[in-house]
Design a protein around this ligand. Structure first.
Ligand code: UD1
Ligand code: MG
Length: 433
């Protein structure tokens, strides 16, 4: 059956106390709305719509960059979650079911959404994802009857003392047939303390019309919504816990999981060992049998098998490290290719470079790739030895089997099999007494 997904992201996010829209705040180094869109794509939804506010230029740009197929729907005034869905009225005409996701709940799992779909298949006209919480905070409370049928969702602001005591909470995620959803929404009113059109009121209305309304359980951890900075830090924390468990179960050794930080897209192969205090920025792909030693920071790089990095290595975007490369302490590498078995073991900067197999870069070597106006490249061929404290001034081409003397400043190309020394000759003179 065709499936549509509508994601709500037009809210003001006032409780974040931010100059930026709430759903653009990062979780795992990507705006949190990414996770809802990713779920919709994993479900192979025929139509995906995101409801945004008129001024949300940055959200619009972010989503367009993700996919051109996503329908951006403007909610001109933020009059509540129900009103937000009504802004997407064109979805009423889409065949099949609609799943509603909130853009501020990034940890919802695909399994829970599949459970909702199953509940619909088993006969629910409307099914809502709920969870039991010891501390139900300001979540909507879900009232059920003696047969566990969902009767009503009461928003925190409107709950009586008894209702506040309910531990079953609304995650915000639900599923219904598109026609039924919009016919229920057409009847909601804003006679509540926030004077908003609550999406959650459709539960009561559906019961009044004799429809079959069910709830499906999920865990409190995955349903956590981000409404303020504290929530954001808790969700980030949980995201990291999930990523660490995923890495461990994929056969990665994390010596101190709690100090390993992942991005949404980090990929690490089997039998790789990550020492304590390592951070993976976005776009990191690591193969098998790699060792990343403590205090290393990696971004946008490809690390092939049997590479050793760190401690204190900084690997920046567009870097490729081939098999067996060794990068030691206090080494920064940017947009460079290091071929098999290259060694850069101490205190070096490699930028816009290509280094051939088995070459060795000495301690304190600097690729002077920027002349104040533009970046230039340095190519070093195979089996070349660069002595310590060498400045290589780009652009440069350095051949095979070259040796460069320590302390040199190299400004001219070097051919294969040459020895190059570029420094003033040492003079030793007798001292006057
Ligand atoms: C909402 C639910 C609550 C649930 C909780 C789960 C309602 C009325 N309440 O409360 O029952 O327990 O989520 O996290 O639905 N939005 C719009 N347009 C609007 C208002 C909101 O698009 O006019 C969007 C927001 O950007 C956000 C989502 O809807 O992504 C939820 O809005 P929010 O204000 O965070 O609702 P909660 O108070 O968290
Ligand atoms: Mg919320």
């Amino acid at each position: 059956m065709p499936l549509s997904v509508l994601i709500l992201a037009a809210g003001k996010g006032t409780r974040m106390n931010s100059n930026y829209p709430k759903v653009l705040h990062n979780v795992g180094n990507i705006p949190m709305i990414y996770y809802s869109i990713d779920l919709a794509q994993k479900l192979n939804a025929t139509n995906i719509g995101v409801v945004i506010s008129e001024k949300a230029v940055e959200i619009r740009n972010f989503i367009k960059h993700l996919s051109k197929k996503i329908d951006l729907i403007v909610q001109s005034k933020q009059l509540g979650t129900g009103h937000a869905i009504l802004s997407a009225k064109k979805f009423e005409k889409k065949a099949g079911d609609v799943i509603i996701l909130y853009g501020d709940c990034p940890l919802i799992s695909i399994d829970s959404l599949n459970n909702l779909i199953i509940s619909r298949k088993k006969g629910a006209d409307l099914a809502v994802l709920g969870f039991v919480a010891d501390n139900p905070k300001q979540y909507g409370r879900m009232a059920v009857d003696e047969n566990n049928n969902l009767k009503k969702i009461i928003e925190f602001k409107d709950a009586t003392k008894d209702e506040i005591g309910i531990k079953l909470c609304n995650s915000g995620v639900m599923i219904a047939n598109s026609k039924i959803l919009f016919s229920l929404l057409n009847k909601i009113r804003n006679n509540n303390s926030a004077q908003e059109f609550y999406l959650t009121d459709i539960v009561y209305n559906a019961n009044k019309e004799g429809l079959n309304v069910q709830y499906v359980n999920c865990s409190e951890l995955e349903a956590q919504g981000v409404n303020n900075r504290k929530d954001l830090s808790e969700v980030e924390n949980q995201f990291q816990v999930n990523k660490r468990l995923e890495a461990l179960s994929n056969g990665v050794t994390l010596k101190d999981p709690s100090s390993t930080y992942f991005s949404y897209d980090t990929e690490i192969g089997k039998d790789t060992i990550i020492e304590p205090n390592v951070t993976f920025g976005t776009g990191v792909k690591i193969k098998n049998d790699v060792v990343v030693k403590s205090f290393s920071y990696l971004e946008g790089c490809e690390v092939n098998s049997n590479v050793t990095l760190g401690p204190f290595a900084r690997i920046r975007p567009k870097t490729i490290l081939d098999k067996g490369v060794k990068v030691g302490n206090f080494v920064e590498i940017k947009q460079s290719n290091l071929s098999q078995n290259v060694k850069v073991n101490h205190l070096a900067y490699i930028g816009d470079g290509k280094i051939g197999e088995n070459s060795n870069i000495g301690a304190g070597t600097i690729f002077c790739n920027y002349d104040g106006y533009s970046k230039n490249e340095i190519t070093i061929s195979n089996d070349t030895f660069v002595g310590s404290n060498v400045s290589l001034v780009a652009p440069l081409e350095i051949g095979n089997n070259v040796v460069i003397g320590a302390g040199s400043t190299i400004t001219n190309d070097i051919k294969n099999n040459e020895l190059s020394i570029g420094r003033t000759r040492q003079i030793n003179k007798k001292r006057k007494k």
